[in-house]
Design a protein around this ligand. Sequence first.
Ligand code: GLN
Length: 300
Amino acid sequence: MSETIHDILTRAVRRLTAAGVPDASWDAKELLEWAGGPDRSRLPLMGEEPLVEDAAARFEEGVRRREQRVPLQQITGRTWFMGLPFAVSDKVLCPRPDTENLVERAVRAAEAMAPPRILDLCCGSGCIGVSLAHFLPQARIVLSDVSEEALALARRNAALNGVADRVSFACGDLLDAVIPETGEPLGAFDIICCNPPYIPGGEIETLMPEVRDHEPRLALDGGEDGLDFYRRLAADLSRVSGNAAPEDAPAPLLFLEIGCEQGPAVREIFENTGRYRVLVHPDLAGLDRVAECVPRPRKD
Ligand code: GLN
């Protein structure tokens, strides 16, 4: 007599709990559905039935990987962000609900502009840029990343969400992806959104195993104090919209995701350029999460 679905789930939850997986029961049910078994809504009716063989094998494989603390989203290859579906791989950070805060703020700011031009810098999976394209049908959006593999996934996510014809892609290190040598066209953007790597290098070893062992360092490591990318971005922005830039070159409005203790340092970095006033916004948990850098009117 083969095991029932209920028994199989119970055993999986025990294994995941023993492995230290935080939401073992939720994850086991997600893996069951991904494997081809019943989804939550059908479990009450089907719990006493056996699981078809193919689904049982796939479920076992999924549970085995989750026991090794591979993120659930990397196993199932998908997640949701801003209510939209996104493909996920081990080449990008899994989109985090914290980042929705940044998108909401950017959408509100963009709605007040004539068709805005927006850059999603360090786009990773494309969750920010693709969501913006979804919510702002008039906007022109560029997604850039240093990783070709991330960009390939961002392209897939643009197609998955039906916005591929309204976004474009650029590969390169930070602003190098979008500024040619002449330095002119940064003014081509009204808004730049960026969720850069911002974890201090030495802290990565202290993160949960899902992040520490399975998400790309390239997307996490912000250098010794985690602030490298903000410093580089501020310097690059001064290069193209600072004193050397044409008098009327507008600076873009910036929405930057930050670590919860980085607000004061990021404010200082961007206010020191003389070009920005910085507002630090908390997320729903009350932790500083977004630095909004508002361009100052040019005086010189
Ligand atoms: N907030 C992410 C984490 O806690 C890090 C995101 C980033 O470095 N951009 O893992």
